[in-house]
Design a protein around this ligand. Structure first.
Ligand code: S3P
Length: 173
């Protein structure tokens, strides 16, 4: 079985994924890290050199590769992965993949992402916290259509990574 973590940028997919894999003695794979290692470039550089459409094509083909080769793993996706190229359907069509949506509030996401926005190409240009909040509100609304199709959901606000992974285990089993 593979546990696939989905959620908006800043929802804690990587931190929780690592902790969850450790607790469950599973392998861990972060799709963004995998793309960076295969392409030998940071995600920011891929966006800069080739644009978002190229990134989405690569993201989708690496996702398929990872799902085909991983067994008994926790896989953290990028925030946009389930929202493009039929990726969510690909995840859901194999019953061995269990998806968990890490749901984080708009206020919490805005707070976290404002500090870290420089390394995220979709929001690196945003100057003020108000502008970021407006962007995330709209973007999250569009993406929730996909996120809400996950098999399970865990609310992450006011919880640390360990509490979120324990809650993920209890919704999964
Ligand atoms: C993206 C999220 C990023 C990364 C890329 C695009 C998105 O991953 O895949 O910058 O479209 O939301 P994280 O959610 O791990 O930041």
């Amino acid at each position: 079985m593979n546990i696939v973590l989905i959620g908006y940028m800043g929802s804690g997919k990587s931190l929780v994924g690592r902790d969850l894999a450790k607790k469950m003695k599973l392998e861990y794979l972060d799709l963004d890290d995998y793309i960076e290692s295969q392409e030998k470039k940071t995600i920011s550089k891929i966006f800069e050199d080739h644009g978002e459409i190229y990134f989405r094509k690569k993201e989708s083909s690496y996702l398929k590769e990872v799902l085909d080769t991983c067994n008994d793993s926790v896989i953290s996706l990028g925030g946009g992965t389930p929202c493009f190229a039929g990726n969510l359907e690909i995840i859901k069509e194999n019953k061995n993949n269990k998806s968990v949506y890490l749901q984080t509030s708009l206020d919490e996401l805005t707070k976290r992402l404002f500090i870290e926005r420089a390394k995220r190409p979709l929001i690196a240009h945003i100057k003020t916290i108000e502008e970021l909040k407006d962007f995330v509100r709209k973007h999250l609304f569009e993406r929730s259509f996909y996120y809400n199709k996950a098999d399970h959901r865990v609310i992450t606000d006011q919880k640390n990574a360990s509490q979120i992974s324990e809650e993920s285990i209890s919704v999964l089993f």
